[in-house]
Design a protein around this ligand. Structure first.
Ligand code: NAP
Length: 454
């Protein structure tokens, strides 16, 4: 234990839900702990700020809990510092009794097909970051003058992308959507969105609430060809399972769409199943998405999409790939490239068969990109249990905490953003939003955020 301040010194890297839930679990423990939370951006809350869709304001409520945690006297927020670049892993290790990585899964998986990088082909991450005002994606350009869009993937991120593309802008205008995105969406000429699953309707990963929203959008009609809903015997077995309630409800919703007739002037969402992209085609930009028809093979609940020899092309000028995320390697730390995460056993970081003492991981970087915000709570409790039991088992040792890093931080980080600074940025954003009838108007450039503090 650190003799000078009498607390165990813990660093948390990343300020999204898993980081804050780890802080909460640490603060609830009986051990004296001081937490320094490092964040690359000047703003906290990770995907709750820059991933949750702007028209889902209720899902942002955990921010109130996170702010309560952040106000604890044993907690410090240190924004605008990049661990691995501004602060080395070795320096962190020497300064803290425990380091918990909670950096999420910031990269998209790639499909690996010809034409994937053609102009007009984007990852869902880019689009989500763009409409949410994330500084990394603020300057991306999406050609919304196209008639037809294809979204690859049938998870909740695909549902978010589809909804933001099709929801009337006056409904988005009262959300915290970034101004540049609202302006571009107001000029959108998109008429038709294909949302494409490589497996069948019984395997679509939408949660029912998110799927239902796509069927209830003003001025948009969702359709499915009835033939797409024919199920194999194995799919019927999957669907009949009492554990498969979401798929059963989704199937009911899908069936209700088969009679829908596209109306003149209405936008159209078209659900497609059992089709995988085989290529994106076009001379200078995406003009067509080539799909290969799949059949499902394997046992119930483990069926995979197996390509047939049947192909079809969809003419479309914009493609969003929404097939899941993966973590980004942290310089100086091991990385499981195939799974896109920090290798670990119950949150203890491993290298080969060896546990790396003092290093822990939680959230999407620990288990992969699954679950809702609340899923990270149990995940972080598990990791913090490992931290606490290791701290209790360890021979007491001194760890100086933040003060050992201050010379490095002063040299490399011109403006550290503390919690009070974040509250100033927050207040300014809320005020900018109030004028427009929005919950907030985010600053979308780091320079704008820092200008509030100068
Ligand atoms: P996801 O739920 O895992 O969905 C990924 C989709 O991509 C699946 O349909 C998957 O099909 C498909 N896919 C994967 N690889 C593919 C490939 N090579 N070719 C074609 N399709 C492929 O991931 P997500 O949508 O990114 O969401 C991540 C997590 O965040 C999920 O847990 C989600 O529920 C959560 N989330 C929640 C909300 C909310 O609560 N409102 C909003 C957004 C995200 P297979 O099933 O065949 O693998």
């Amino acid at each position: 234990m650190d003799g000078t301040v009498g607390s165990f010194q813990v660093a948390i890297v990343g300020s999204g839900p898993s980081g804050f839930y780890a802080a909460e679990a640490l603060l609830r423990s009986t051990l004296p702990v001081h937490i320094d939370m490092f964040e690359r951006l000047p703003t906290p809350f990770g995907l709750v700020r820059s991933g949750v869709a702007p028209d889902h304001q209720k899902l942002k409520q955990p921010i109130q809990v996170f702010e309560r945690i952040a106000r604890a006297p044993e907690f410090s927020f240190l924004g605008n510092i990049t661990v691995g670049a501004d602060i080395t892993i070795d320096a962190l290790k020497a300064a803290y009794h425990a380091v918990i990585f909670a950096c999420g899964a910031q990269n998209d998986r790639r499909i690996g097909i010809p034409g994937e990088d053609l102009k007009g082909s984007h990852t869902a991450t880019e689009f989500v970051g763009w409409y949410n005002g994330h500084p990394d994606y603020r300057d991306r350009i999406f050609d919304l003058k196209q008639d037809v869009v294809a979204i690859v993937g049938q998870g909740n991120v695909a549902a978010d992308v589809c909804r933001i593309l099709t929801r009337p802008v006056d409904e988005l205008a009262i959300s915290d959507i970034a101004e540049h995105a609202l302006d571009a969406l107001a000029e959108s000429e998109i008429r038709e969105v294909h949302i494409i699953g490589r497996r069948g309707p019984a395997q679509a990963k939408f949660t029912t609430k998110e799927l239902r929203e796509l069927t209830q959008l003003t001025g948009t009609i969702a359709t499915i060809d009835a033939a797409e809903l024919e199920l194999s015997e194995i799919c019927r077995v999957e669907l009949a399972s009492p554990s498969n309630v979401t798929a059963q409800k989704n199937m009911g919703l899908f069936k209700s769409l088969t009679g829908n007739v596209p109306q003149r002037g209405a936008r159209r969402i078209h659900f497609r199943f059992l089709a995988s992209p085989s290529a994106l085609l076009g001379r200078d930009r995406v003009e067509q998405l080539s799909l290969v028809r799949n059949r499902l093979t394997g046992e119930a609940f483990a069926q995979i999409a197996t390509p047939t020899q049947q192909f079809e092309n969809i003419a479309c000028g914009l493609v969003f790939r929404s097939i899941g995320y993966k973590g980004v390697p942290i310089p100086g730390m091991p990385f499981d490239a195939s799974r896109g995460l920090l290798p670990n056993v119950n949150g203890r970081v491993t290298q080969g068969d060896t546990v790396l003492p003092g290093f822990y991981v939680t959230g999407w970087l620990k288990r992969g990109p699954s679950g809702i915000i609340g899923t990270n709570r149990a995940d972080s409790i598990e990791t913090v249990d490992a931290v606490l039991s290791d701290l209790m088992a360890e021979e007491p040792r001194a760890a100086p905490g933040l003060r050992a890093l201050l010379p490095m931080i002063e040299r490399r980080c011109p403006r550290v953003v503390h919690l009070s600074d974040w509250f100033d940025i927050d207040t300014a954003e809320v005020e900018r939003g109030r004028i427009k009838g929005k919950p907030r108007e985010k600053f979308t450039r780091i320079s704008e955020m820092l200008a509030v503090l100068s």
